[in-house]
Design a binder for this molecule. Structure first.
Ligand SMILES: [Zn+2]
Ligand SMILES: [Zn+2]
Length: 164
């Protein structure tokens, strides 16, 4: 699990498009810039909104065609959080071994990295002779606000967050 910088990954993705003879249209560029310009987890619809901030002519179809390309080639990870909508994570490029805690009320996602997980990886390598390609730990939990108030005031905020 070797980290590579997002700028490098972006170049690789452009090269991939070229190999597939896919033109780098201004719409596709807007999508790619939005993906590599955020470290937030996003849904396809959020990506559409972010991309349209850069180029209002981006179509939903282009977003839905571009996302699988990003996922299949390891630029973005599709997370199964048990929700209707798939959540996409752009951070595996920089942090290939991070894990997630998801608040069961507001759906806030917090990332964490654990040395213990890194130890498990090295144990698997040494004791079993496997090279780990990916390893994730996904924790569903109640955030501090949920525990204090019984609900999350950030429930609304989380689902309408803008890219930073
Ligand atoms: Zn993440
Ligand atoms: Zn919460």
């Amino acid at each position: 699990m070797v980290a590579r910088a997002k700028t490098e990954a972006k170049k690789e993705f452009f090269a991939l498009l070229a190999r597939r003879k896919m033109r780098l249209t201004s719409q596709r560029l807007a999508i790619v810039e939005a993906v590599f310009g955020t470290d937030q987890h996003f849904t396809a619809e959020q990506l559409l909104a972010w991309s349209r901030l850069r180029d209002p002519s981006v179509s939903r179809a282009t977003v839905y065609r571009t996302l699988p390309l990003l996922v299949q080639n390891g630029f973005v990870q599709a997370l199964n959080l048990g929700k209707e909508e798939t959540v996409y994570d752009p951070n595996y490029v920089d942090h290939p071994s991070h894990s997630h805690i998801i608040c069961t009320d507001c759906d806030e996602i917090v990332e964490f990295e654990s040395e213990q997980l890194a130890e498990i990886e090295s144990q698997i390598r040494k004791q079993l002779g496997f090279q780990v390609d990916s390893m994730t730990l996904q924790v569903t939990a109640r955030c501090g606000e949920f525990r204090r108030l019984g609900f999350c005031q950030k429930r609304e905020r989380c689902s309408h967050r803008d890219p930073s």
